[in-house]
Design a protein around this ligand. Structure first.
Ligand SMILES: [Zn+2]
Length: 325
């Protein structure tokens, strides 16, 4: 994802929220016990993805990892679709991408969409050592761990049905945006989040709707916390409240502070523009220049930064949100 200027958000004010469903008057619902999220399992799924190598569109590792992720969703009981597409990258070249979609209880009308990006960035262009800028990012936290948390959620839904239908989408090519060192003449706008942009133009089901969506991005880093991301607050304040209140009630208030985090162009921006209100649970580090974790887009985004406690906090919170619908 990329930082965006607040002006950009303001420019978007005019188009927001127009497609939101009116909240139905609901009776007080009983508190349902959600399954227990197993962080060790999510940790292992993270390593599984890294074992394929760098998940960069066009590579063998990318192709093999896509099949692995689809197989996992299928094994957990989801109706699974591999959505192949072609998108234009920042330099005008074409990329073959694959979005991976797993649907639980596809017959249900009421649905939630959970998503993360599964590709890893080809360039470590935020590395303090310039010599590393053209090297790929391992993408343990920035990619794999968020997918892994959703895989563990998928496994739990497979074991115990939720009342609501759940669609889990792994978007491709989120992290293929223009590298800092790029000097070519061709400059393509909207160069991040290519897989989710493709999906909004070609949803896997025509006219697809979900009541809301939750994006996970960099949710497993040591020392990370998840204050409220500002694009989420703008487009989906009611979902921010739902998720952050739930985290607090579970004792994760310190990991999900209700203070303001950053403002990012991420997959959730395009899904919000499509008309599904959604939030981004994303690490915010006030003491780095970017607001992202110190290893973000460096060669150090590896397993050594992955914290099972954060996986548990995020995974359990999302499960509790789902099972109380
Ligand atoms: Zn990234």
């Amino acid at each position: 994802m990329n930082k965006i200027y607040i002006l950009f958000v303001i420019l978007c004010l005019g188009v927001c929220c127009c497609k939101q469903k009116t909240a139905e008057a609901k009776e007080q619902k009983p508190i349902v016990s959600a399954p227990q999220f197993v962080a060790d399992s999510a940790y292992a799924y993270t390593q599984n993805q890294l074992d394929f190598g760098y998940r960069i569109p066009g590579t063998k590792a990318h192709k093999e990892c896509a099949l692995f992720l689809a197989e996992k969703l299928h094994d957990f009981g989801a109706d699974t679709t591999l959505q192949h597409g072609k998108v234009m990258a920042y330099d005008g070249s074409y990329l073959n991408i694959t979005n991976i979609i797993g649907s639980f209880a596809p017959e249900k009308q009421r649905r939630i969409m959970l998503f993360a990006h599964w590709d890893s960035r080809p360039y470590a262009d935020n590395d303090p050592d310039k010599g590393n800028h053209k090297k790929p990012v391992t993408g343990a936290d920035d990619g794999a761990a968020s997918v892994a948390v959703l895989l563990e959620i998928a496994r739990q839904i497979g074991l115990q049905n939720a009342n609501i239908g759940v669609d889990i989408i792994f978007f491709d090519a989120e992290d293929y945006g223009t590298p800092y060192f790029y000097t070519g003449e061709e400059k393509v706008e909207h160069d991040w989040a290519l897989g989710s942009q493709f999906w909004t133009m070609n949803p896997h089901i025509k006219g697809y709707r979900a009541e809301y969506g939750i994006l996970l991005d960099m949710v497993s880093g040591k020392g990370s916390s998840f204050p409220v991301e500002q694009v989420s607050k703008h487009f989906a304040p009611h979902i921010v409240k739902k998720v952050w209140d739930k985290a607090e009630s579970l004792g994760y208030g310190n990991i999900f502070p209700k203070s303001n985090g950053g403002s990012v162009i991420d997959d959730h921006y395009y899904i919000n523009m499509y008309g599904i209100p959604c939030v981004d649970i994303i690490a915010y580090h006030p003491n780095t220049a970017t607001g992202f974790p110190p290893y973000w887009h460096t060669v150090n985004d590896d397993m050594s930064n992955i914290d099972r406690n954060n996986m548990k906090a995020v995974g359990q919170t999302v499960l509790e949100v789902i099972y109380n619908e």
